[in-house]
Design a protein around this ligand. Structure first.
Ligand code: GLC
Length: 425
């Protein structure tokens, strides 16, 4: 009897305040993000957001650090949720820059344009802002920025009287010379990412650009200059065939190469900026011994830009909490949160922070990274990017491993990619 009375009273209360209760109940936003390379800033960022937004809780769920695996996860879950009237199980997602047009076109992202101030993207690197837009709308907010660069062992170069290499010929010469004198079988030459995955496309694009050509011509032609494209692949293969790079780079990603260089087992490394803070960490065998430089040129008259990369924040179109989700994404992309990000290993997309005295005091290489980032070049911006890249990777890999000649790999890739592109018209 007493129970019933309590139940009745509770029901009456709920009926009266139903609407208010629903409005006041904390909203939970699920943030699906990549495991961050190096120091993970996400818990600190979430705590700062929640302190500012008492009505919103953020649950974070980390995916692995491989861009390809994250892509697969998102595609399966976003595709599966379409048309079923239920969401994909997350509200805010960390997107590799290369996916924004694909996800926008597929209808998976909330159009952020009406939620933003018109100049909101202006303080970010132009390449990051460009990657957030597609079809005249803004689909994501720039969050962290990457650019390919060359790390070198400054101590070894100094010991052998060598300057940081500016061309691939200088780099090869430095490797031969240092290895010949050091006679350390555990000291590799030049490490880069040759495994069959997105990182290989990045390394190959950098080789193409340094060779004065590109993957897609102005009218969408694949390998518009086949001769130079072959030269670029021959260079990648040549690093391995000539012993400038160890054979295992053909199966290596960012982390594998970062660890080997960080353990003091290589002279040069191509990687993203996150690695620098790990090299400089207390207890690191290479602390104080690493320098950064632009990627080596192949031709003196042609610049060798690093590929730009990094991640953006998108909101699921089927989120039940658009307001809270957009607020969280905007908070992460704003200056205060990017300052927290900049105190860790990854780099922010907001240019001003690279010259911020307090940040530069703890990360002295930020102004140099700013200039390298500004000179960086984006991968092709198209909804078909992932399809093109994944079809290209087996050809690139075959050339790097040496089971196909560069000429054959270029011909086969041309055929494959042209077929894909024709299907999209
Ligand atoms: C980094 C970059 C990303 C790129 C990936 C390739 O995560 O930020 O843009 O696609 O590396 O491995």
């Amino acid at each position: 009897m007493r129970l019933t009375a309590v139940a009745v009273a509770t029901l009456a209360l709920l009926a009266g305040c139903g609407e208010r209760a629903a409005r006041d109940a904390p909203v939970t936003v699920v943030f699906k993000h990549a495991r961050m390379f190096g120091d993970d800033p996400v818990p600190r960022l979430v705590a700062a957001f929640e302190a500012r937004h008492p009505g919103v809780r953020v649950r974070t769920e980390a995916l692995g650090s491989s861009s390809d695996e994250q892509h697969q996860f998102f595609v399966i879950n976003l595709e599966g949720s379409l048309g079923r009237g239920r969401g994909p199980g997350f509200d805010v997602m960390m997107l590799d820059v290369i996916w924004v047009p694909e996800f926008a076109r597929a209808g998976w992202l909330l159009d952020l344009t009406p939620w933003l101030e018109p100049p909101e993207l202006d303080p970010h690197f132009p390449a990051a802002a460009a990657a957030a837009r597609w079809d005249g709308r803004v689909w994501a907010l720039p969050w962290n920025f990457n650019v390919g660069l060359l790390y070198y062992r400054a101590d070894l170069l100094a010991r052998h009287g060598l300057a940081p290499p500016t061309t691939d010929v200088d780099l090869a010469w430095a490797v031969r010379r240092i290895q010949a004198v050091e006679r350390d079988p555990k000291l590799d030459g030049y490490l880069w990412q040759g495994k069959q995955y997105e990182g290989l496309t990045v390394n190959a694009l950098e080789a193409l650009w340094a060779s004065g050509t590109t993957l897609l011509g102005p009218r969408g032609e694949v390998f518009p200059d086949a001769g130079r494209a072959e030269g670029a692949l021959a260079m990648l293969r040549g690093w391995v065939a000539r012993g400038i790079s160890p054979p295992w780079v053909s199966a290596a990603d960012e982390e594998l190469t970062r660890r080997a260089f960080g353990d003091g087992r290589a002279i040069f490394l191509r990687n993203w900026p996150y690695a620098m803070d790990l090299f400089q960490a207390v207890g690191s065998p290479v602390r104080g011994k690493v320098g950064i430089a632009p990627l080596p040129r192949r031709l003196l008259s042609v610049p060798a830009p690093g590929s730009t990369g990094g991640s953006h924040l998108g909101v699921s179109r089927s989120t039940r909490h658009p307001e809270a989700s957009v607020a969280f994404a905007r908070f992460l992309a704003a200056e205060e949160a990017q300052r927290i990000l900049a105190g860790g290993s990854v780099l922010p997309t907001r240019r001003r922070l690279y010259h911020d005295p307090a940040l530069v005091a703890t990360r002295p290489h930020m102004p140099v990274l700013h200039d390298l980032a500004l000179a960086g070049r984006p991968r092709p911006v198209t909804p078909a990017y992932l399809m093109l890249s994944t079809s290209l990777q087996p050809e690139l890999s075959a050339a790097v491993v040496g089971v196909k000649s560069p000429a054959r790999a270029v011909t086969d890739a041309r055929r494959q990619l042209a077929y894909i592109l024709s299907g999209l018209e």
